[in-house]
Write a protein that binds this ligand. Structure first.
Ligand code: TRP
Length: 453
């Protein structure tokens, strides 16, 4: 074990890290956000750009974050401080912790909707002729109900984090991820065999690049960051629970592969059904909550599948939320000397409060619309976190590894621990040049398009 990692908790098994990181990556981002982003940004063309973003930015940055964590054995703030002492780079870690805080605040709102739908979907599927859009609208425009579910979700997240890094998380991920996978396959089969599914398949599989704008590109990288849990130190933190004998390049590839697969499958489950049942693919964040219940309503035993689906969506969200709370909790523990339990409870409470405006953005604050973007409160949180803060965190951590800590150190760290395959010049080139330049250009164009077009 490393000299500097004494007394620190570490993943119990080799699979522990991969499962935890995949659990972090696979969540609402894959099943809720990816389909609606694809739907809002023109279908297959968005997916092609997304896949390019995963290869050029996602994989290199995942490795980069993991090695920053493992090399330092610290939370994000401590990691930058340890690798570049007496410099202002710790601020990048601070930005990461802040971003995680913001993301979890609204993530818990959507996760709460999922939990509520575990029983709402039964009502929705058992009432013939019900308008699924209005069921959803009714739910999110109430005041206390969504808050209660959001609170429950935060309480579960806090409970797990307070109990420790490894126990619970690993076991739940191992059991539940395969079930989610099987359910997705069943849903896909149902979806693509509906009469009229062909139009949705074409939309999903045939790219039309004529609608691609700067906003599409920014949407694709924001989705890549969000889905892979990048840009806010989640992987620095999870990486900090690795030992120097643990493998990184191959395990990072597993995480990226699993995450991408689940996102693509979720789209395949949704779009054929959306088109077959006459829904709009650009419905935005309500897509999964409005369209899927309509699909379940037309399936034999749809109510049961609906319950299982939203239960598992909630679980997938939980294994992601855990990683978000772990970052802010680790910061209080490592930097401020707090006890784990107190840190988790305190941060959980604070995050819940900061999330309340997003919950109430459909009721009390329904008239809010962010100038020029035209987004409601939850979408505004989402946009700033994922289109601004995460890419910024990504650029800065790449510049840090590429130029400050030093690319030689970074490459050495990446290959330490019996790498399945070695990372070398190609990876270094991506981190030093492609990642920062590409993100800066896309952010500039995307922000311009978002506000001025
Ligand atoms: N990746 C998760 C999802 O797809 C969300 C998430 C967890 C996340 N941890 C993160 C996003 C850290 C950004 C940064 O649902």
């Amino acid at each position: 074990m490393d000299e500097n990692s004494k007394g620190r908790e570490h993943w119990a098994t080799r699979a522990g890290f991969v499962l935890a990181a995949a659990g972090s990556a696979i969540g609402l981002g894959n099943i809720w956000r990816f389909p609606y982003m694809t739907g809002e940004h023109g279908g297959a063309a968005f997916i092609v750009i997304y896949l390019i973003a995963i290869l050029l930015l996602g994989y290199p940055l995942i490795v980069n974050e993991i090695i920053l964590g493992r090399a330092s054995q610290r939370d994000p703030v401590g990691a930058f401080r340890a690798l570049a002492p007496n410099s202002p780079w710790w601020l990048v870690g601070g930005l990461a912790v802040f971003t995680g805080f913001i993301i979890l605040s609204y993530y818990a709102v959507v996760a709460g909707w999922s939990l509520a739908y575990v029983y709402k979907v039964v009502i929705a599927t058992q009432s013939p002729g019900i308008d699924h859009a209005s069921v959803f609208t009714h739910h999110i425009t109430s005041v206390w109900e969504p808050i209660a579910w959001q609170a429950l979700f935060m309480a579960l997240t806090v409970g797990i984090i307070a109990a420790g890094v490894v126990k619970g998380i690993q076991r739940w991920v191992t059991i539940l991820m395969p079930i989610l996978f099987v359910l997705l396959i069943i849903l896909i089969i149902r979806s693509v065999t509906l009469p009229g599914a062909g139009a949705g398949l074409a939309y999903y599989l045939k790219p039309d690049f004529s609608e691609v704008t700067g906003r599409t590109l920014l949407g694709a990288i924001s989705q890549a960051f969000f889905s892979l849990s990048l840009g806010m130190g989640a992987l620095i933190t999870y990486g900090s629970y690795l030992n120097s004998k643990d493998e990184i390049p191959g395990n990072a590839a597993y995480v990226v592969g699993l995450d991408t697969l689940v996102a693509l499958l979720a789209g395949l489950a949704l779009f054929p059904a959306i088109f077959a049942l006459g829904f709009e693919p650009g419905a935005g964040p309500g897509l999964v909550f409005i369209t899927l219940p309509a699909v379940f309503a037309q399936m034999p035993l749809g109510g049961i599948f609906g319950v299982l689906f939203f239960f598992l969506l909630g679980i997938a969200a939980l294994t992601s939320a855990i990683s978000l709370l772990e970052v802010v909790t680790a910061w209080l523990i490592d930097e401020k000397g707090w006890r784990r339990r107190n840190a988790a409870i305190f941060m959980g409470l604070l995050i819940f409060i900061v999330g309340l405006p997003a919950t109430l953005g459909y009721s009390v604050f329904k008239d809010f619309s962010f100038p020029a973007l035209g987004t409601d409160l939850l979408d505004t949180y989402d946009w700033f976190a994922n289109s601004i803060l995460l890419p910024l965190g990504g650029i800065l951590s790449a510049i840090f590894a590429g130029y400050i800590w030093g690319i030689k150190n970074a490459v050495h760290e990446a290959n330490k621990g019996g790498a399945f395959f070695r990372l070398g010049r190609g990876w270094a080139f991506l981190i030093r040049y492609i990642v920062p330049v590409l993100i800066v250009i896309i952010m500039a164009v995307g922000i311009y398009d978002s506000f001025f077009k």
